[in-house]
Ligand binder design. Structure first.
Ligand code: ATR
Length: 271
């Protein structure tokens, strides 16, 4: 059984470390590798694996998530709503199926910090309006939650995304968090590499406040939130949360029960 992850560039992907740790712990005869696929090569890669029995499927990362959905024959509701796929399955019957487990990963990551977290009713502020933000909005809207506010540097993009999902948009410039917000998510690319993280005026949280940064290891966004009394969730939790249902889709068994601890250990991160 083989699976993997495709993206461009791909050498920094942490997915092989997570999936290999689970494969080993589960005692599976399986492999999970990273494949660098340039944007112009995506279609050939996907078609080359159609019904071939070479790969069970792949995780899909930047910049291919939208195109992966377009190339698939069928898609689950989460991928259709997010407009993007992070999983492609090469079924033995030749059908290519797109799924999106990022939304599950996001909600799972939040549940770790707020045990009574209710994705159906919480008030959410999402920073950004590109693919990652769209996925986050879709995750809450799929739960029936429309108490979502989008803020983005280019406000027209925030307004367009808000309109698509029937939620609201706020100007980015205010840096203010709407009163009563319980969850703040950085879904911009700010904090990647050496770029600065978004700076907000963090109030003391009213109730169970939690900040999640989709960028991993970008400490300032979460450090600012923590100083004001917010709970924080690193993007690694979301990565692990999306990987678990991906693993089951590829290998037809769930990862071991202690999957989170195994993944954190494989990534050298504290539990
Ligand atoms: P994409 O090409 O998918 O839009 P991107 O350029 O990496 O990806 O940007 C991702 C998100 O981060 C966008 O919401 C972007 O805001 P804009 O829509 O205004 O471009 C946001 N972003 C990136 N750099 C930013 C910055 N320095 N300040 C504020 N937002 C930023």
């Amino acid at each position: 059984m083989r699976a993997g992850v495709i993206g461009f560039p791909i050498s920094h992907s942490l997915s092989p470390r997570i999936h290999r740790a689970w494969i080993k712990a589960a005692g599976l005869e399986a492999a999970y590798d990273a494949y660098e696929v340039a944007p112009g090569e995506l279609k050939a890669f996907v078609e080359g694996h159609r019904g071939a029995g070479t790969l069970r499927g792949v995780n899909v990362t930047i910049p291919h998530k939208e195109q992966a959905l377009a190339l698939a024959d069928i898609a689950d509701a989460a991928a259709s709503l997010a407009g993007a796929a992070n999983v492609l399955l090469f079924r033995p019957d030749g059908v290519i199926e797109a799924r999106n487990t990022d939304g599950q990963g996001l909600l799972e990551a939040l549940r770790i910090r707020i045990p009574d977290f209710d994705p159906k009713t919480c008030r959410v502020l999402i920073l950004g309006a590109s693919g990652a933000a769209r996925g986050a909005v879709a995750a809450f809207v799929a739960q029936g939650n429309t108490k979502v506010v989008i803020a983005n540097r280019t406000q027209e993009k925030a307004q367009a995304l808000a309109k698509t999902f029937g939620v609201s948009a706020e100007p980015w410039t205010s840096r203010k968090i709407p009163p009563g917000t319980e969850v703040v998510i950085n879904a911009t690319s700010m904090g990647l590499g050496d770029t600065p993280s978004p700076q907000l005026e963090w109030p003391a949280p009213s109730g169970p406040g939690v900040a999640l940064d989709m960028v991993y290891k970008a400490p300032s966004f979460l450090a600012d939130a923590e100083r004001k009394g917010w709970k924080t969730v690193d993007g690694l939790e979301m990565l692990i949360g999306q990987a678990a249902p991906s693993f089951e889709a590829f290998f037809a068994v769930p990862p071991p029960a202690n999957y989170r601890a195994l993944a954190l250990a494989a990534l050298g991160a504290p539990a």
